[in-house]
Design a protein around this ligand. Structure first.
Ligand SMILES: O=C(O)c1ccccc1N[C@@H]1O[C@H](COP(=O)(O)O)[C@@H](O)[C@H]1O
Length: 210
């Protein structure tokens, strides 16, 4: 089970969280987000980290911006959280070989899950997040977990959306994602992570999965 903590902005918190057994750190590269960090800030943080996966989160960014951020920020993965098409993903895949490509789908209803078929040939990993009409992500809203019980894409997937140390056990009793992703559920305020909550989360996940 991969554990991704997203929306890091501070080096000391990123280092502490890396050392807790978390497997992926996420950096928000969407300028309108209160968790936004520039590629230079990502590089500064990443250079202080042990060996850990590092995803940049983008929404409808150009290929050039993504390539520049991956290079400067030394990212190992690109999470596409906007309306990127399967063709956009295909182009990205060609441009960034060796970089994990994650397509986030914001789910409004069970029909939205059908999109995975079109994306699957062009991405490495899926991420399911809750839909919010005004916010792209980091909403703290949960998905309707029981409706995802039969979701079994042909690629690994992360469950995101409103997960907390308190509700993660319930989520994992209903679903078997390959990873989980949390942002606001382990924060004091946007971009300021609560280390005690991250520790509580890791313990809760390790108690129910390997
Ligand atoms: O966190 C943000 O500000 C953000 C902005 C734009 C796109 C995605 C964003 N975050 C992603 O939101 C989900 C879950 O967040 P939460 O746990 O519900 O707070 C996660 O995938 C983040 O990468």
């Amino acid at each position: 089970m991969r554990i991704k903590i997203c929306g890091l902005t501070q080096t000391d918190q990123a280092v502490a969280i890396s050392n807790m057994g978390v497997s992926v750190l996420g950096f928000i590269c969407v300028k309108i987000s209160p968790r936004y960090v520039s590629s230079d800030t990502i590089r500064t943080i990443v250079q202080a980290l042990p060996n850990i996966d590092r995803f940049g989160v983008f929404a409808n960014a150009t290929l050039d911006v993504i390539r520049q951020t991956v290079e400067t920020g030394q990212l190992s993965g690109v999470q596409l959280h906007g309306q990127e098409s399967p063709q956009d993903c295909q182009q990205m895949r060609q441009m960034l070989p060796g970089v994990e490509l994650i397509k986030a789908l914001r789910i409004r209803n069970p029909e939205d899950l059908l999109q995975v078929k079109e994306y699957a040939p062009h991405v490495d990993t899926f991420l399911l997040d809750a839909y919010h009409p005004q916010q792209l992500g980091g909403t703290g809203h949960t998905l309707d977990w029981p409706t995802l019980r039969t979701f079994q894409p042909e690629k690994p997937w992360f469950l995101a959306g409103g997960l907390t140390p308190d509700n993660v056990t319930t989520a994992l009793s209903l679903l078997t994602p390959d990873g989980i992703d949390l942002s606001s559920g382990v924060e004091n305020s946007p971009g300021d992570k609560n280390l005690a909550k991250v520790e509580q989360l890791v313990k809760a996940v390790r108690a129910v999965s390997v």
